[in-house]
Unconditional design. Sequence first.
Length: 117
Amino acid sequence: MNGEIKTVMLFCKKPSEVAHWWSELLNVPAQLVNEENGFCWFVASKTEYGFHPSDDGRNPQGGTPVVYFASSDFQSSMNEAIVLGATKHRGPLTLSPERIIAQFVDPFGNVFGIDGP
């Protein structure tokens, strides 16, 4: 990983409503908000903002947003995080043939994600 933030994920009870609020705040036209299976997202300044249905057990509404770091080698980045003491939280989840994501918990309880090919 190189420290580049690729995605910021917010967990909410009404992803569409929250996505449209954030798109207005970040000056992204409403027609650029994508919606699929209850998940919403848009891109602003090269960062993807995702709005995911909340999960009271893992990612409750109002909890800390999950920042996903870009990786050109997903498996190596995942292994490095685990070697350094992170534990798997969610995923990996293949979003497309070119994109896979996963969430981890660092040794201090902070959730973060890796987003890569």
